[in-house]
Structures are given as structure tokens and as C-alpha cells.
Design a protein around this ligand. Structure first.
Ligand code: SF4
Length: 358
């Protein structure tokens, strides 16, 4: 994810270096020239047929008649190609799930073993981690590693958990001759000391994405950058600027599931709400949206006025939309109705129905 964040592959390609993703999902989307749609399942939006098409287009030296219909055959093909790349690579670059201050170790977890091959077979190993991955001690890392596996994939522990603390020593049978650790800030330290500091506890488990009804409906690519879902809705505005990503904190129903499932207890809805407030305070949203919110706030503080307005709106819209049951466009809401119809109200407000029931 950090390599995606800084556009590392594009930079390497522009400078004559061939980067090869080694996680199966990342490899698939690299072949398809598209960004990940999930932070731990980057190709979750791709079906088997599309993977087969991507492999046939890229692996042109392999026989055309080979069968690529089922997951095991697709996996075997990717493994065959990637094994050759591992052996031939000059440099292996891994991310870091954790960086341990106590020992200077880096930790990477995978379920495919690609992280281990990346850091043991090439001559040099470069670790690319971000500052919030630093934990004080080995014991802290062990505790959080258990949370990570359970929240990410429901496993007791990830299949491969590898600690690296330097290059190969004289007595080692294998390992890289050179070992470098690059720690990325990219705007994260600006969050320190603010209420958004809590976001730096994120361990990228993906649980908030998996439980988010908005992410489930629109998919990861709709978030427009590397980090989708609720965690992306908080992190992305900090990394690229609220001006560029002001829609993301608004893409939430505030159902609270993301906070409930987050193993690091990050108050995601509170942070998204704060970003919405900043958007309003800095006048980043269009004037019509700010006026509408100001009008709503004025009415919401006056219950009698609110009830009257809601009742009138329900009656008028209900009468106007009675024939078709929906509006294809609505004044002041053309942006919303551009992509979907607005169901016509049934003529009564919820509050008037509720009062009648009592
Ligand atoms: S915000 Fe919480 S649930 Fe979401 S990816 Fe980060 S640690 Fe996991």
C-alpha cells in the first residue's frame, strides 16, 4: 500500500527498472494496470475469467492451449512465472507490517510466502514502511500481530510472519547481502498532537472495509486512491489534502460498524464527522450545500418548525411524485439524482405517523 501511495512502480518503470508485484492479488492488478480495490484483497473485484484473460495477455511465451479455468490452475501459472522472477531479481522490496524500535527489526506477514522469497532470494532487501508502523517492543508486535490476523482474515495467525533485522551474516546459509529500511512520513507526522492521531493506530487489517455498507455497495475504486473504505475516508484527506478528498468523509452512513469492528478502537465516525466540520468551516463544499445545511440546522433547533417543514415537504413531494412513484431529477439535488432516482415520499412524515401510533 505504501508503494502504491508513492507511485513507486511508475517511478521505477520510468527509470528503466522492471517492478514485479509478488502478492497474487497485486500481481493480477499490476497486469491489469489498475489500482487495488481492497487493502488486503487488492483484486477482490476481479473474477476468474478476467484473471485468465490477464494471464494470457501477459504470459505470451506459454502455450495457448493451456487450461486456465479454475483457481488452482491460475495459481499454478502465477507461481511458475513469479518463481522465475524471484530467482532473477536484483532487489527485493517488501513493506512492513511493523517496525520494532527495541530490536530494529521489520516484520512482514503474508499468507503466500511471497514476502519471504522477496527478502531472501535477491541480493538486496529494501523495506518500505511508514512511521506509524513503529511499535516499541517485540511483545507489542506479538500482541498486535494476533489482532491483525484475526481481524483481517479470521485466522489465528497469518501463515508466514517474518522478522528481519539486517543483511546475511557470515554464518547464515542465505539472505540478502544488503538490507535497507526506508521510513515514509508523507504527511503522517502532521497528525501527531491532533485528534486525528488516533488514525495512526491503524494496522491495515481491512475489517472496517469488510463491514462498511457503503464500501460494499460502491467498491474500492470509487474512493479514487489507494486507501478505500472508512479508514481511507479518514486517512486520504490527510495525505492528499481535504480539498482533494472532501467527498470521502461524506461517503458514510455513520452506522458505526467500522468503529465497532476496528481492533485498534479507532473512532472512525467521529473522525469523519470532524472532517465534515472542517470542510464546512473552510467553505470547501459548494455554497448551495452549505446553505442547505445551515437551513437544516436552523430548523433542527426549532422542533415545531422542523415538523411543519418536514410535513409540508412530504405532502408536496408525495403529491408531485404520486403518478410515477419517483423523481428522475429534483431541484437542488441534481447531483444526487444524476446517478439514481429519488423515491417519492408517501405523503406523511415519519414523525406524524409516529405521533398517531402513540
Ligand atoms: S481503521 Fe481499524 S478496522 Fe480499519 S483497517 Fe485500520 S485497524 Fe483495521
Amino acid at each position: 500500500m505504501v508503494a502504491e501511495e508513492i507511485g513507486l512502480n511508475d517511478y521505477l518503470e520510468a527509470n528503466g527498472v522492471e517492478p514485479v508485484e509478488t502478492d497474487l492479488g497485486e500481481y493480477i492488478i499490476q497486469l491489469r494496470h489498475e489500482p487495488p480495490s481492497h487493502i488486503i484483497a487488492p483484486a477482490i473485484h476481479v473474477n476468474k475469467e478476467e484473471v485468465a484473460d490477464a494471464f494470457r495477455a501477459a504470459h505470451t511465451h506459454l502455450p495457448k492451449e493451456r487450461v486456465l479455468e479454475e483457481a488452482p490452475t491460475l495459481l499454478a501459472e502465477a507461481r511458475k512465472i513469479l518463481r522465475e522472477k524471484f530467482v532473477a531479481a536484483d532487489v527485493g522490496i517488501t513493506g512492513a507490517n511493523f517496525l520494532i524500535a527495541e530490536t530494529g527489526s521489520t516484520v512482514i506477514v503474508t499468507n503466500e510466502g511471497n514476502g519471504d522469497l522477496t527478502q531472501t532470494l535477491p541480493k538486496a532487501h529494501i523495506v518500505l514502511g511508514s512511521i506509524e508502523k513503529v511499535v516499541p517492543t517485540l511483545e507489542d508486535a506479538a500482541t498486535i500481530l494476533r489482532l491483525l490476523a484475526r481481524s483481517a482474515t479470521g485466522q489465528e495467525f497469518s501463515v508466514y510472519t517474518t522478522f528481519s533485522t539486517g543483511p546475511r551474516r557470515a554464518e547464515d546459509a542465505d539472505g540478502p547481502g544488503a538490507f535497507h529500511v526506508v521510513i515514509l512520513d508523507n504527511g503522517r507526522s502532521r497528525m501527531l498532537g491532533t485528534e486525528f492521531q488516533e488514525m495512526l493506530r491503524c494496522i491495515r487489517c481491512g475489517a472496517c472495509l469488510n463491514h462498511c455498507p457503503v464500501y460494499g455497495a460502491i467498491g474500492g475504486h470509487a474512493y479514487g486512491w489507494v486507501y478505500p473504505g472508512p479508514m481511507g475516508a479518514v486517512l486520504t484527506p490527510w495525505l492528499v489534502g481535504l480539498e482533494e478528498a472532501r467527498d470521502l468523509p461524506n461517503a458514510s452512513t455513520f452506522c458505526g460498524k467500522c468503529e465497532a469492528v476496528c481492533p485498534m478502537r479507532i473512532p472512525l465516525p467521529k473522525l469523519m464527522r470532524r472532517l465534515r466540520e472542517q470542510e464546512y468551516e473552510r467553505k470547501l463544499s459548494p455554497p448551495a450545500a452549505r446553505w442547505a445545511i445551515a437551513l437544516w440546522a436552523f430548523a433542527a433547533r426549532r422542533p415545531a418548525l422542523y415538523r411543519l417543514g418536514a410535513s409540508l415537504a412530504a405532502q408536496i413531494l408525495g403529491a408531485l411524485g404520486r403518478r410515477t412513484g419517483r423523481f428522475r431529477t429534483l431541484p437542488l439535488a441534481q447531483g444526487w439524482t444524476a446517478g439514481r432516482d429519488f423515491p417519492a415520499p408517501q405523503g406523511r412524515s415519519f414523525q406524524s405517523l409516529w405521533a398517531e401510533r402513540k
